[in-house]
Unconditional design. Structure first.
Length: 109
């Protein structure tokens, strides 16, 4: 079942330090030109905050662009091991799609 999509303030989103990445300047330029195509995926709320599950590069780009909030798909809170497994599965599927299609490029983590 897909989660609810809503606007969330970036200051309400917690990042897992083990998944933080550096800014992708191409992605930042793309978001500046075309806006955000895919919502961030978060779990929550937990005391009015959310945990970022997917979209770390997009999040960093949004912060660099000065966005205060972003559209997010909100999923129920899971335990940290399950959350890590979801991230790894999504990253694996992105890489698999690139490998199978050659010309397809995903620029989000």
């Amino acid at each position: 079942m897909p989660g609810l999509v809503d606007w969330i303030r970036l200051s309400q989103i917690f990042l897992d330090p083990s998944f933080v990445c550096e800014e992708d300047t191409r992605l930042t330029a793309d978001i500046k030109k075309n806006k955000l195509d895919n919502p961030l995926i978060v779990e929550g709320p937990i005391n009015d905050h959310y945990i970022l599950v997917d979209g770390y590069k997009r999040y960093i780009s949004l912060v660099h662009l000065g966005w205060e909030s972003a559209q997010c798909t909100i999923e129920p809170v899971s335990d940290s091991a399950y959350r890590i497994a979801k991230r790894l599965r999504w990253d694996y599927n992105k890489q698999k799609c690139v490998a199978q299609n050659g010309s397809v490029t995903f620029i989000g983590c």
